[in-house]
Design a protein around this ligand. Sequence first.
Ligand SMILES: [Zn+2]
Length: 312
Amino acid sequence: MRAHKMNGGKVIPACRQAGVRVLYRPHEIYMCPVCLSSQLNPRHHGYYRCTRCGSYYAVTLPDAKIRQKETEESAKSVITSQRQELIARDYTDRLAAITKWTTKLRHMLDFGCGSGLFLKFLIKKGYDARGYDKSTTLTKYLQLRKLPMYADLSAIPARYFDVVTTFDVIEHTIDPHAFIRDVKSKLKKNGILMITTPNAQGVTARILGGRWWVFGPTAHFVLFTPESLKQLLIHEGCKVLEVTTDTITPWFFPTDAPVQRALNKIVYLATKPFHAVLFRYSLGDNMQVIAESYDVAHLKTGVNCRVLNPFG
Ligand SMILES: [Zn+2]
């Protein structure tokens, strides 16, 4: 391993907040964590772009200790986030999307529940909803507020939930195969999984490229296209029911900055007449996937990402 080459603690925007310091160690990545292709891929704004599946994956990664530290730092910002109203509106739409595919909503798990907004939303609606987050800061914060939280992954009962949601989490994982397996292990047979993540093939990614905040050292280690996420889910034994994209938000600046809100509003209004067409061609900036879990561990045989993964 080469000597540490930090980025100097540059302040960068991270999911839904600003001011998170991310320090990277130069672990060289030689394999696409989605399709496991090891061919040499072109660099693109600090990522490799897999020429086989179209995913982007970070050229360098922080080690596990730094990742956890970063998770806890992000958690503090998530707690103070002021975007609750906007998110609550999204949640109504997301719940409606789930109920299109299943009437079984008895037990629900929000995996990577952040500040617990969706969890609270579900409980208010009368569902038996539980939460899990990798951040101990957030877990303690929500437990203090009497929300049903699992302290760690192993405490979550296997094959128990009718629905598992995981919003804007998978892009922060370094082994998306292992992540889907973990999530899926908590689902009942034929349970429903809903994932949201940025769309690396959306209109903003295509126009802004590396200037879109999603690229760069934002703790986003893997960015999917609709097709690559679909293939990942199929590989891990899920039937993909629906892939949709929405939202046009060229986030140049931290999300909560007034200038960012104003810019988002302007772009939203300017692009509104074209939304239907853009979303029909999967060009929205946010991607939402609904899948059903099969009772089969892996539909395809193949190499195990966790074994070969150099950063696992
Ligand atoms: Zn790939």
